[in-house]
Design a protein. Structure first.
Length: 114
């Protein structure tokens, strides 16, 4: 069964959308992601503009202004919903981890008891 596009988001996708909770120029997104994640997640310009184009094509973001080659974007309701769905998915993963490996729970000499 083929994967539905944007059903789950990569870290880069997630942080690009997160940056667009407020209007932002494309090039500024790269720096925001870098700072927001303490340089743990980096987005190159090729990846960024490919993602922006794809997000815009499916209505998750919209262009708000263009000044020459500079483009400014913001999250749409559809994008906010996708971000919220991904956030909830990540929380469920963290809850599963805690249930299996959490402090004082499931640990026996470094091994999980399931």
């Amino acid at each position: 069964m083929p994967r539905v596009k944007f059903q789950t988001l990569t870290e880069q996708m997630y942080y690009v959308l997160l940056c667009l909770h407020e209007e932002c120029y494309g090039m500024d997104i790269m720096e925001k992601v870098r700072l927001m994640t303490g340089e743990r997640v980096l987005v190159g310009s090729g990846t960024l503009y490919n993602l922006l184009e794809q997000f815009a094509a499916v209505g998750m973001i919209r262009e708000t202004k263009a000044e020459g080659r500079k483009r400014c974007y913001i999250l749409t309701e559809k994008g906010k919903e996708a971000l919220e769905v991904e956030y909830r998915r990540l929380l469920l993963q963290a809850e599963d981890f805690q249930r299996i490996w959490g402090r004082g729970k499931g640990h026996e000499n470094g091994k999980a008891s399931v």
